[in-house]
Design a protein around this ligand. Structure first.
Ligand code: NAD
Ligand code: IPM
Ligand code: MG
Length: 357
């Protein structure tokens, strides 16, 4: 097949990990005779420095004309002082919204050889395989009113609004139930229905959606309990469906069960062009040192092959190459353990490349 892939490396470690994923995609293209055409564009802080805005028109136009987008990360201390609407992170919200990507899939699974990289006990995390389905274009991230306003007494007031419509909840619910059908047939809906009206509606709609999926169990859990249960007994979860902000937070927590945030990929889908990115940020504390873990980004490229191009065999080849590389003892610093071989970002990318079949 032929596919156009927009490559948006962004800031910080984004610039180190994205080339590793591109390398792997190129090798897949050669091995399996696909023509992947890569076009890079600026996003985030890097775009602010060049053209003054975090999401340039040309970048968005390129994304819309592509078959899929591979993204690194945006943001960093250099741009933290900027007014909110000009910050690098706005680019992420902007591109997700503009492409209509309302469903963000964040799979957290523990590779057998990484069980000891976790800070949790083996018996708690062994065999974890959770899919966080995060609503991505609604909720408090986008709800209005929003902003910071001056009050008559000279003080200020910061406002964000958590809003969900029935339709927004229904469509993310369907994504979660469809995914659960292909897995262990259990959806846990995360909410705060004991306090928030938006969550009360969320829960009601999830119950409605479940009626079309009688083969899938639906459980409800309050978000505070979910945060606790994720470290107490994570194996109870199969698919966790969350609003935008709860999904953001719980997926970082779930990432740590797998050993490192550098392990968690994601697929943002729901419209014509999907976006694939690691769940972590630009990691300014380790950027430029060739120590960032590229596996989350390489696995995101794998999700692109599966979700955007339906290339299941090729996606599985990436997955197997990651497993083999870990089995051989290769580790970046964040997942190092006893009797392992600590390598840098590029060396990890190269090792995965060598193990591609
Ligand atoms: N998708 C994104 O682009 C995205 C996501 C989250 C945060 N951010 C932005 O990134 C910047 C830094 O945010 P933060 O520090 O809160 O979160 P972060 O995810 O960048 O980093 C958190 C911690 O995890 C480590 N880490 C992250 N990725 C890693 C990797 N691949 N390998 C090894 N270690 C890794 C970092 O070194 C750091 O200690 C901020 O500007 C934030 O807004 C962007
Ligand atoms: C940087 C930020 C806008 C982003 C989010 O909150 O969605 C990030 O944390 C993520 O998880 O992709
Ligand atoms: Mg996040």
């Amino acid at each position: 097949m032929k596919a156009k892939i927009a490559v948006l490396a962004g800031d910080g470690v984004g610039r180190e990990i994205v080339p590793e994923a591109v390398k792997v995609l190129q090798a897949i293209g050669e091995k399996y005779q696909h023509t992947f055409e890569f076009t890079s564009a600026d996003i985030g802080g890097q775009a602010i420095d060049k053209v003054g805005v975090p999401l340039p028109q040309e970048t968005l136009a390129l994304a819309k004309q592509s078959d899929a987008v591979l993204l690194g990360a945006v943001g960093g201390p250099k741009w933290e002082g900027l007014e909110y609407s000009l910050r690098p992170e706005r680019a992420l919200l902007g591109i997700r919204e503009a492409l209509g990507l309302y469903a963000n899939l964040r799979p957290a699974k523990v590779y057998p050889n990484l069980v000891d990289a976790s800070t949790l006990k083996r018996e708690v995390i062994e065999g974890i395989d959770i899919l966080v389905v995060r609503e991505l274009t609604g909720g408090i991230y986008f709800g209005k009113p929003k902003g910071i306003e001056k009050l008559p007494n000279g003080e200020e007031r910061g406002v964000n609004t958590e809003v969900y419509t029935t339709e927004e909840i229904r469509r993310i619910g369907k994504v979660a139930f469809e995914a659960a059908r292909k897995r262990r047939k259990k959806v846990t809906s995360v909410d705060k229905a004991n306090v928030l009206e938006s969550s009360e509606l969320w829960r009601r709609v999830m119950i409605e959606v479940q009626k079309s999926y009688p083969d899938v169990e639906l459980h409800h859990i309050y978000v505070d309990n979910a945060a606790m249960q994720l470290v107490r007994n994570p194996r109870q979860f199969d698919v966790m469906v969350c609003n935008n902000i709860f999904g953001d937070i719980l997926s970082d927590e779930a990432a740590m069960l797998t050993g490192s945030i550098g392990m968690l990929p994601s697929a943002s889908i729901g419209a014509k062009v999907g976006l694939f990115e690691p769940i972590h940020g630009s990691a300014p504390d380790i950027a430029g040192k060739n120590i960032a873990n590229p596996i989350a980004t390489i696995a995101s490229a794998g999700m692109m092959l599966s979700y955007a191009f339906k290339l299941e065999k090729e996606a599985e080849a990436i997955e197997q190459a990651i497993v083999k590389t870990l089995d051989m003892g290769y580790r970046t610093k964040d997942i190092q353990g006893p009797d392992t071989r600590v390598v840098g970002t590029t060396e990890m990318g190269d090792a995965i490349l060598r193990n591609l079949n």
